[in-house]
Design a protein around this ligand. Sequence first.
Ligand code: IP8
Length: 250
Amino acid sequence: MILIKLGGSIITNKEKPLSARRKTVENLTKGLKKINEPIIIVHGGGSYGHYWSVKYDMHTKERKYDLRGVSIVKNSMIELNKIILDSMIKNKLNPYCLPPTDFMSGNKPISKKIKEIEKISKSGLIPVTFGDALWYGQKKTYILSGDRIMTHLAKALEPRLCVFALNEDGLYSDLKSKKLIHELQGEKPDISENKMDVTGGMTRKVEEASKISKMGLNVFLVNGNKPDRIVKAVKDKTFEGTLFRGKRNV
Ligand code: IP8
């Protein structure tokens, strides 16, 4: 089983509110079509969810946020999700839409539901979920990042590989020269970036990726503009990007 996160920066145009990169989404789904094993898709918020989360000052902390913001963030994620689902349907994949409310209770994953997601993906359907605004309890809500969902799913399902599709070639040891880090083992690199995501952007991704690799699993950060790199990583185990090698795979 393969877990794939389509980052908001790759599926949307982050400079333009509420604009999806439809051609890129199309290329990605065509790439997914070439993978012959169970997959689960998670996608981010990009210029949909993050745009509204910033407007309504909503974050990952559980608080009493503006209820209007909660509704609008959720609505925008449904809109972005629909674009992904439509592209998958068009390319003859069988997505099975699962908003995170389906497997989260407050900020905890429901293990029975997560096990069910595994069964769904093994049946040939492709579960598709996404970062979202979620009910926490006592009138509080929070933003659940798709990266955090990846960690929840990885922990429970132990996929063969976790892929994060980004709008970059992977992690750079130096931002100016764009020198790519090809492989990491256990260590968590120090990265600097401009934070524009309410969930922490690249910092969060690196955090979750190293958490997952510490569970022993391989995590691969790859350029989503080159879907063949995803296919090659899955099929031939050649990693053109940044691989966080999990202990089990050393
Ligand atoms: O882009 C957050 O998901 P992410 C989604 O995976 C929202 O961090 C609603 C901002």
